[in-house]
Design a protein around this ligand. Structure first.
Ligand code: COA
Length: 163
């Protein structure tokens, strides 16, 4: 069985992430969306909330499951018996950082292959932090995240103040 991980912080999961996960699910027998604790990033949503949202938005994909993890990605990949790590590539600015991580992971475990899937143009400049910023300013995030995530952001930031 070919099993791939799609790791990330998913704070929160966006339509761009979902695009990559959906396409990975068409290529592999099983895809494990691996939600990193990423404590150093001081996430807006707790690990349990990020995992629950990712589970809700991928529930329609039968060969996708969502698991939280902390610690090294290569250790988690081994634990899950996954041979491939899938990352999305957006703009050219992603290249250097992603190649660095892929190279380090390759050094740490030669049995794990990193593969990249290109983001489509409409998601090329999308990121979780941009979504968080728009939501914090009570802007409309419906174009960028699935409805349950938009609801969670609205609950987190409350209704817009009336002037
Ligand atoms: N659509 C939308 N946004 C995307 C995206 C896509 N397809 N792909 C990446 N992003 C955005 C994220 O939203 C996030 O945006 P933000 O920083 O503005 O919030 C940004 O890209 C970074 O994503 P993140 O999910 O934090 O991933 P990362 O590329 O920094 O890596 C891990 C996260 C979990 C894979 C990595 O930190 C890791 O492996 N951690 C475990 C510890 C470890 O093994 N370290 C050694 C690695 S060599």
């Amino acid at each position: 069985m070919k099993r791939a991980l799609t790791p990330g912080t998913f704070d929160p999961i966006t339509s761009g992430h979902l695009d990559i996960i959906t396409r990975a699910a068409q290529l592999f027998d099983e895809v494990i969306v691996s939600v990193a604790a990423s404590a150093g990033k001081n996430p807006l949503f707790a690990l349990g909330e990020r995992t629950a949202l990712a589970r809700e938005v991928t529930a329609h994909l039968p060969n996708v499951r969502v698991e939280p993890f902390s610690g090294m990605l290569v250790d988690f990949a081994r634990q899950m018996d996954a041979q491939v790590v899938i990352k999305g590539l957006r703009a050219i600015t992603d290249f250097e950082y992603e190649f660095q991580m892929a190279a380090l992971n390759e050094q740490l475990d030669r049995g794990i292959e990193t593969m990249f899937i290109m983001s489509p143009p409409q998601y090329m400049y999308l990121s979780s932090s941009v979504v968080r910023e728009i939501a914090s300013l009570h802007g409309d995030v419906d174009l960028f995240v699935p409805p349950v995530v938009a609801d969670a952001l609205r609950r987190r930031f409350g209704a817009a103040e009336q002037s």
